[in-house]
Design a protein around this ligand. Structure first.
Ligand code: FMN
Length: 152
C-alpha cells in the first residue's frame, strides 16, 4: 500500500520523529502539510495526517490540508498526534472531519511529545525524552497494522 504522511512538526520536532519511524517501517512518502495538494489523492492508496497539539487542536496547516480534501471519497486515512499529555482524544476532531467527508478511517495514533510551552519551561518541560524508544516502537506497530488493512 502506497502511504503518504502529511504533517507539521514545529515545537520540538516530536511529530517528525514519529513520521520518520512510521515511514521508515512502511517505505511511505512524507510531505509538509502546507505543501499538500488534494490531487495527491490519486497517487497514494492511503493518507496519514498528523502534528503536535496546540491548545487542543492540530496545527492549522494540517487542518487546512484536511479542509482541502474533497467529499465523497472512500480512500483509507489515518490520524496521528504528539502532545504533552499524549491523549488520543485530541485526534477525535480530525477523525470526525475525515469521516464526515466520507473517508475510511482505519486508525489513529497518539503519544507523548516533549512540551516546554509557557511556564512549563521553567519546570524543565513535561514528557521529557518523548517520543523515545517506547513511543517509536508503538508507532512502528501502528503503521504495520495500517499496512495490514486491505484496500477497499
Ligand atoms: C503553544 C502550544 C500549545 C500546546 N497545547 C497543548 C495542549 O493543549 N495539550 C497538550 O497535551 N500539549 C500541548 N502542547 C504540547 C505539544 O502538543 C507537544 O509538545 C507536541 O509534541 C509538539 O509537537 P512538534 O514538536 O511535532 O511540533 C502545546 C505546545 C505549544 C507550544
Amino acid at each position: 500500500m502506497k502511504i503518504l504522511f502529511i504533517y507539521e512538526s514545529v515545537h520540538h520536532g516530536n511529530t517528525e520523529k514519529i513520521v520518520h519511524a512510521m515511514s521508515g517501517e512502511c517505505g511511505g512518502a512524507v510531505l509538509k502539510a502546507r505543501e499538500f495538494d488534494p490531487s495527491l489523492l490519486e497517487e497514494y492508496d492511503c493518507l496519514g495526517f498528523g502534528s503536535g497539539i496546540f491548545f487542543g487542536k492540530f496545527h492549522s496547516a494540517v487542518e487546512k490540508a484536511v479542509s482541502l480534501l474533497p467529499t465523497g471519497q472512500r480512500n483509507p486515512v489515518f490520524v496521528f498526534s504528539t502532545s504533552g499529555r499524549g491523549a488520543r482524544k485530541y485526534n477525535l476532531q480530525l477523525n470526525r472531519v475525515l469521516e464526515e467527508k466520507g473517508f475510511h478511517l482505519i486508525g489513529d495514533f497518539a503519544c507523548k511529545g516533549y512540551d516546554t510551552y509557557g511556564p512549563l519551561k521553567w519546570l524543565g518541560g513535561i514528557a521529557k525524552g518523548c517520543p523515545g524508544e517506547k513511543e517509536l516502537k508503538e508507532a512502528r506497530i501502528f503503521i504495520r497494522n495500517v499496512m495490514g488493512h486491505r484496500l477497499l
